[in-house]
Design a protein around this ligand. Structure first.
Ligand SMILES: [Zn+2]
Ligand SMILES: [Zn+2]
Length: 361
């Protein structure tokens, strides 16, 4: 539960689907007894915002209600603390997972807060206003406010609670990328984050995409080879040639029919396909499976979703030791009123890397 006080703050509000967000003065949040309020230092703009903005995802209850504040990739500084909070304090710098967990259900108590039975989607679901705003409330802060190391830039940590931890979960836990394995994927925000992570885990990354800028960025982030899918006739065949028989791991972070299919077709026998991308209105939760290929090659098909906050330390250690650099994926720093332009550009897949809002007032 969130209470509000009477003086206001700037926020980007979803007044109408697929129309520019309204920059409005809204009530500041106050913390629930188990929650905190954070001043938002930075908030990434992600393809999931785009899905919410156009009104996708009612099929799993993530269609934001009109009047909602979007923004689910924040880092912030705690400015107000509820009476029951024990683990974090005023002045702490925190990353905030978009999947706000309850800490009490079976999944939470067995270490899988990413599957919390009572979870709330920050910036998507009613009761969890997002962080395209000066301040954001964090319920159940002992679980959902994740302190990050002092020497890390808040702009780099914006996105840790969504795109970056999602890529980490996919590569480290679900694909279990190992030394020298070939790993293949497209190069949106998650894909580029995954390039770094798989590289740090010892994988040889092959980046596939349609835009030169993304391919160049992937090479900078550690991809050993790239494939320009706008030039080659069959990207999967190109991957097979580069990897001498197909990749060990492929990731589809987009969720459209073609990338799903190519991710499977790029694998060698016994390959692992990790699915992170969710579908749009055209697929409406469904993509066809290449059944015979999966059977004949004993492909593993692994869904990957979110990351339990207790596991964030694994990522932060890689950041502290300079093995991964989340800031390298950040291509732009923008103000709150620039979010709508970024969302519009995503409709045409024109964006490269991740823009981060770091100016709110
Ligand atoms: Zn996101
Ligand atoms: Zn729970």
């Amino acid at each position: 539960m969130t209470f509000t006080s009477s003086y206001g703050m700037q926020a980007a509000v979803l007044e109408k689907y697929a129309e520019p967000l309204a920059i409005e003065d809204v009530d500041r949040p106050s913390p629930a007894p188990d929650g905190v309020v954070a001043h938002v230092d930075a908030c990434g703009v992600c393809r999931s915002d785009w899905h919410g903005w156009v009104g996708n995802w009612e099929w799993f209850d993530y269609k934001p209600p009109l009047g909602h504040v979007l923004g689910h990739e924040p880092s912030g500084t705690i400015i107000e603390v509820g009476t029951e909070v024990e683990m974090v304090a005023e002045g702490d710098h925190v990353a905030i997972p978009f999947n706000l967990a309850c800490g009490r259900c079976h999944e939470c108590r067995t270490g899988y807060e990413n599957f919390c039975e009572n979870h709330l989607g920050l910036g998507f679901q009613k009761g969890a206003p997002g962080a395209f705003a000066e301040e954001v409330p964090i319920p159940n802060a002992d679980i959902n406010a994740v302190k990050f190391p002092e020497n890390v830039d808040p702009v780099e940590v914006a996105g840790m609670g969504c795109r970056y931890m999602t890529a980490y979960r996919g590569m480290a836990h679900r694909a279990d990328v190992s030394r020298g394995e070939y790993v293949v994927y497209g190069l949106g925000g998650i894909g580029l984050s995954a390039v770094q992570i798989a590289n740090a885990l010892g994988g040889n990354v092959v980046g596939v995409d349609l835009m030169d800028e993304k391919l160049d960025l992937a090479a900078e982030l550690g991809a050993v080879e790239t494939v320009d899918a706008s030039v080659v006739e069959d990207p999967a065949a190109a991957v097979e040639a580069i990897t001498n028989g197909g990749a060990h791991v492929s990731l589809d972070a987009l969720g459209i029919e073609e990338t799903c299919r190519n991710a499977v077709r790029s694998l060698r026998p016994r390959g692992r396909r990790v699915q992170i991308g969710l579908t749009t209105h055209e697929q409406h939760s469904y993509n066809s499976l290449l059944t015979d290929l999966i059977v004949m090659n004993e492909f593993q098909v692994n869904g990957s979703s979110r990351l339990a906050p207790a596991r964030y330390g694994e990522m932060f250690r890689l950041v502290e030791d300079d093995k991964i650099d989340p800031g390298a994926v950040v291509t732009d720093r923008i103000a709150l009123d620039g979010v709508s332009d970024e969302l519009e550009a995503m409709t045409e897949y024109r964006t490269v890397g991740i823009p981060v809002v770091d100016e709110f007032a």
